[in-house]
Design a protein around this ligand. Structure first.
Ligand code: ADP
Ligand code: MG
Length: 399
């Protein structure tokens, strides 16, 4: 689960990490009090969307002005002007895709005088099984580009969970960033706070880009991105409340209610599959035969008829879907249950596009019989190859 920058900064602040003061803005009326409370003389008005690259982003609407999604203001009037321009407008960044994201919240914070910009992140490093800190002197820019062009400028260190974070980790970070004296001490303290925040709230990823040194030699987290391990959210009900559904795909929200593993994609073939590996193989084979999948969907090993119906509804509600491929291997899941689920779903929501069903495994004969006798317009397939070719051909014919 991802959260907004202002929420992430709130968490870091609780753990004692240095972040600028600021206030979230939900309606333009909140602006004056927030700007006055911060006092100025420099404010920064920041779009709150679950995507990076906001500073260099562009708004779709001319009324939002020429500037990007992060704006420096030198008077309360300018703060108000920027809030009015950006609130409700659609910001397009490198990470949003061409459709952009509507800005429904802003964050007004005190402006910092930047002397240096660094990159710092923490993540779960699967290779070592440890939490790793990744730091670079090349902050404020695309870290992927730094990794590509000058990988030697990125330093990674891991923290053994048996000892937790130690002073030497902080010293290593300070050294990698070229910090000495009091700034090195601040870096050590920061690394301790960030590690505690990471472990304490079960984060998956924490990214500070940029981490800055101010002109008066203070280390500050100027941007903050956090994603939490969704499997651990039950331990943190107060964090679960930070979820902003307006940032998520409607179909994915609906799928999460039924515990379906669903990810929306850009193509035309809707897929209903059981098992993540089989789902990935299904996406691959659709691409192999020249079409693109509209989603990844794993209904899981023990899907019920109700779950299958919900999954089917989510797929058919997507206007991009021009054909559906149901690919089920009945192991724990029985083919006749799937067949009944598909039929119930088609009866409930109707079927406007071609449907190919491939069943294999437990009770496959019964499953096929149920489909054949249902009177529904279903194209049966014998194996995955046959199924993919059939649905691709049907979609191409319809296009
Ligand atoms: P994004 O990464 O989405 O573009 P950032 O929060 O990193 O958003 O902001 C972009 C840039 O704006 C930063 O690299 C920094 O130069 C500047 N900036 C952000 N917040 C402040 C602030 N409080 N004071 C001064 N400059 C800021
Ligand atoms: Mg940033």
């Amino acid at each position: 689960m991802n959260i907004h920058e202002y929420q992430a900064k709130g968490i870091l602040r609780e753990y004692g990490a240095p972040v600028p003061n600021g206030f979230p803005i939900f309606t333009a009326d909140d602006t004056e009090n927030a700007a006055n409370a911060l006092g100025g003389p420099v404010w920064v008005v920041k779009s709150q969307i679950h995507a990076g690259g906001r500073g260099k982003g562009k708004f779709k609407e001319a009324s939002a002005g020429e500037m990007g999604g992060v704006r420096l203001a030198r008077s309360v009037d300018d703060v108000k002007k920027y809030v009015n321009e950006m609130l409700g407008a659609t910001l397009v960044t490198k990470q949003t895709g061409p459709a952009g994201k509507q800005v429904n919240r802003l964050y007004v914070e005190e402006g910092s005088e930047i002397a240096k910009e660094f990159y710092l992140s923490a993540l779960v490093d699967r290779a070592s099984g440890h939490i790793a800190f990744v730091v670079s002197t090349e902050g404020g820019m695309d870290i992927e580009e730094v990794a590509h062009a000058t990988p030697e400028k990125i330093v990674t260190l891991t923290v053994d969970p048996a000892t937790g974070v130690m002073p030497h980790h902080g010293r290593a970070v300070a050294k990698a960033l070229g910090l000495k004296g009091d700034l090195a001490k601040q870096a050590e303290k920061l690394v301790g706070s960030l590690y505690a925040a990471f472990v304490g709230s079960d984060m998956e990823m924490l990214e500070i880009n940029p981490l800055i040194v101010t002109k008066d030699d203070k280390l500050r987290c100027l941007d903050a991105k956090i994603s939490f391990d969704s499997n651990a959210l039950y331990r943190h009900p107060q964090l679960a409340e930070l979820r902003d559904l307006s940032e998520e795909d409607d179909k994915e929200i609906e799928a999460s209610k039924y515990d379906l593993a669903y990810i929306a994609l850009d193509g035309t073939i809707g897929c209903m599959v059981n098992g993540a590996g089989l789902a990935m193989a299904t996406l691959d084979i659709i691409k192999l035969y020249g079409e693109e999948p509209a989603n990844f969907l794993d209904v899981g090993g023990g899907a019920t008829e109700e779950k299958v119906t919900a999954a089917f509804k989510i797929i058919t509600a997507d206007p991009n879907v021009k054909g559906i491929l149901v690919n089920i291997f009945g192991g724990i899941m029985k083919c006749d249950v799937i067949a009944n689920g598909v039929i119930a779903a088609v009866k409930a929501v109707g079927l406007q596009v071609p449907l190919v069903v491939r069943l294999e495994g437990t009770n496959v004969e019964e499953g096929k019989r149920i489909i054949n006798e249902s009177g529904l317009d279903v194209l049966p397939a014998d194996d995955l190859d046959d199924a993919a070719q059939k649905i691709v051909a049907a979609v191409k014919k319809g296009a």
